[in-house]
Design a protein. Structure first.
Lengths: 59, 144
């Protein structure tokens, strides 16, 4: 059984979803790569920010 | 004597036009259906090898990792959430039906990673639907 940490699961999820979003939502390869990276950063960044928000609320 | 000049536009469009005409033949919804049944197949049919390979690798990896995390494959719709999960799972096409037939996936979510796995499987199905619709848009010429 594969048991990733929560963060590893977030990174894997963001990676695969960003690849699909990049390819399907833009037309040229350059714009696909840029949009894919943008989505990846937003996925992982928002997960980190929300984690800190929940951590501070729970204290 | 005047020299003949060929515009880059004309030289570039001729092969593309031939390829486009070639890909326009056949059943209109074939890339959509093939893309739903097998991840990336819709793009392969349209000779978009790179895009198809990346889509297939991403969607297959997500589905397999979901199963490896002991994610649940929805089998029936007992409530609204189950119905939504089943709709997402069905987006995986043949991957879902073959996995169900082989009895893969957990029946009950017992650990946290299994919950992640269940989401991975549902989202891979939704991403596969997006990829199949993209193949259909390429086929109809709505996207290049």
């Amino acid at each position: 059984m594969f048991k990733p940490s929560h963060f590893a699961a977030v990174v894997l999820f963001a990676l695969f979803a960003s690849v699909v979003f990049g390819i399907t939502q833009r037309e040229t390869p350059r714009r696909m790569i840029r949009y894919g990276i943008y989505c990846f950063v937003l996925f992982v960044g928002s997960a980190i920010v929300l984690s800190w928000v929940m951590f501070l609320i729970a204290r | 004597m005047a020299s003949i000049r060929y515009s880059q536009k004309g030289m570039a469009t001729e092969p593309n036009a031939a390829a486009k005409k070639d890909s326009q033949q056949g059943f209109l919804y074939l890339p959509l259906i093939a893309g739903w049944l097998v991840p990336g197949a819709g793009h392969f049919l349209l000779h978009k090898w790179g895009r198809g390979a990346l889509l297939a690798a991403s969607i297959l990896s997500m589905f397999v990792l979901g199963l490896a995390m002991q994610g649940k494959l929805y089998g029936g719709a007992h409530d609204v959430l189950d119905m939504l999960g089943l709709a997402g799972d069905l987006g995986n096409g043949l991957l879902y039906f073959v996995s169900r037939f082989l009895g893969l996936g957990a029946d009950q979510v017992m650990v946290t990673t299994a919950d992640y796995g269940t989401r991975f499987i549902v989202v891979s199905g939704l991403l596969n639907v997006i990829a199949a619709v993209d193949a259909h848009n390429l086929r109809t010429g709505r996207k290049s």
